[in-house]
Design a protein around this ligand. Sequence first.
Ligand code: GLP
Length: 233
Amino acid sequence: MKIIQVKDQVAGGQEGFEIFKAGLASGAQVFGLATGSSPIKFYEALVASDLDFTDATSVNLDEYVGLSADDEQSYHYFMKQHLFDKKPFAKSFLPNGLASDIQAELKRYDQVIAEHPVDIQILGIGQNGHIGFNEPGAAFDSNTQEVQLTESTIKANARFFENEADVPTKAISMGIGSILKAKKIVLFAYGESKAQAIKATIEGPQTTDVPASALQLHDDVTIIVDAAAASQL
Ligand code: GLP
């Protein structure tokens, strides 16, 4: 794993931007995208740039079950707000949080990933080491799944909702196995609250207790951290 320590999120976003730009220049066409606060500065750098990805495709990691694309708390809305409305891709895929047949939706999304193999996957990380919404215990070879969010994830994500009770308890997430199929992976982590998860991801044993430790199995992972997230390394 390559670790890049940056002074702040703006510098981290710029590092991610350079990787994205180099990828585009060398023919990358499919970008796996993530939500959460960690990639926001990266998206801002994309939006501010003159890069053209109108021929490219994006495939997002996850979506809450029960939220529509127009719901301000949905990941689809987040992506529109931070990126797609400002700089659209040719095609953008996200799991459908309102699918009436969840099993069929999981299959559809696996098909999307199979037809659009990800060249560069962007990730954040949960305080408990989750990637996408793959919570501790998720198998390293998992495909798209419906997941039950843990109490700690619900609490951590409650900051985006009016009340903790409004946070959905389930999500659809690309599996760890699918994430590992990306050619290149870039993970952003900032702040003290991520320090333990970052240590376990990089230095800990490969264990399903820390989903991000699966990244040790991949040969092209870049982890962009600030000093606080790197403080336990
Ligand atoms: C959510 C998302 C993850 C994200 C994590 C961390 O749980 N499903 O993809 O990495 O939050 O978010 P943040 O970057 O806001 O700390």
